[in-house]
Design a binder for this molecule. Structure first.
Ligand code: FE2
Ligand code: FE2
Length: 298
């Protein structure tokens, strides 16, 4: 059995910014953090989630983006230290979210600092979004990491994969499927044609068409800050699409308590059995079971 931990959207605490850093979209995002989000995302909730994941000793950790808030250079540096404490790069796979590409930036001063956690097996770390998806194999599991993160105008939190990335993803999934692997796709934006136009994945229909051709066994996303499950059509039946609550959501936040998912994957006959335990943070700093999902895939 393979045990995969999924967490998302930690939105790490914001450092103080210099006025010169707060031009354009960053200014509204920064003000919004100190007015609202600082109460929604709590370091003690995130500490409870991290402790519980560490106690569970999963085989691998998937983190589906929005690690920071307005993409300050200091946020990237602090986040790199937080990532290093959470897990070594070969045990944690990260895909970026819209808050990790909040404004246009040089790769080496921003996401490049996290490249080790986004590097495919045996390859060079990504030097930009054009190097996605990455592929990592762990036993019978293949993790395919996509980027949907790109700077957007103020008040927009949309994402985009782009035709070239979807093509590379299709080729990868086809090959991995032919080899009988359990394919997990990591993507920040839910690949679902629901929700506000200001927040969704703009080329979601192209992704869904690709999935109908080649399929995968599981899709993990963040962005909605909710623990939820949906299904998309694949060639051999429905593909489960699993979102998770922000890992730093305050107990009383509108998203509900901070959560992470422990996903247990094992072969069942010619297919797979996937069991998901939802773990939620309590006010006393411990975590508890908060529901289960179960999927049988061909
Ligand atoms: Fe988020
Ligand atoms: Fe997001």
């Amino acid at each position: 059995m393979f045990r995969l931990a999924h967490l998302s959207d930690p939105h790490l605490p914001m450092p103080q910014a210099r006025p010169s850093e707060l031009l354009g979209k960053r200014l509204s995002g920064y003000a919004n953090w100190w007015r609202h989000r600082v109460h929604l995302h709590r370091p003690e909730a995130l500490a409870a989630i991290v402790r519980d994941i560490s106690d569970a000793r999963p085989d691998h950790i998937a983190l589906t983006g929005d690690v920071v808030n307005v993409s300050l250079e200091e946020e990237f540096r602090r986040a790199a230290r937080w990532l290093a404490e959470l897990a070594p790069a070969d045990r944690l796979s990260l895909v970026p979210g819209n808050h990790d590409a909040y404004v246009p930036q040089r790769w080496d001063r921003a996401l490049g600092g996290w490249a080790a956690w986004m590097a495919g097996d045996g390859g060079a770390p990504p030097r930009g979004p054009g190097d996605f998806p990455f592929l990592r194999r762990r036993g019978p599991i293949a993790l395919v990491g996509l980027t949907t993160a790109l700077p957007t105008p103020t008040f927009f939190a949309t994402g985009r994969l782009g035709g070239a990335q979807i093509e590379r993803c299709e080729e990868m999934l086809r090959r991995l499927g032919a080899n009988g692997l359990y394919r997990v796709v990591l993507i920040h934006h839910p690949p679902l044609a629901v929700g506000s136009r200001h927040k969704r994945l703009s080329d979601v229909l192209a992704f869904q068409a690709m999935l109908r051709r080649v399929g995968c066994e599981l899709i993990l996303h963040g962005h909605t800050h909710r623990s939820e499950v949906a299904r998309l059509d694949g060639p051999a039946g429905p593909v489960p699409v699993l979102g998770v609550t922000s890992a730093s959501a305050a107990v009383e936040s509108r998203y509900g308590r901070a959560r992470w998912h422990l996903i247990e994957i094992e072969r069942a006959g010619a297919g797979w059995q996937t069991r998901v335990a939802v773990r939620a943070a309590r006010a006393d700093g411990a975590c508890e079971d908060d529901g289960r999902y179960s999927f049988r895939t061909a």
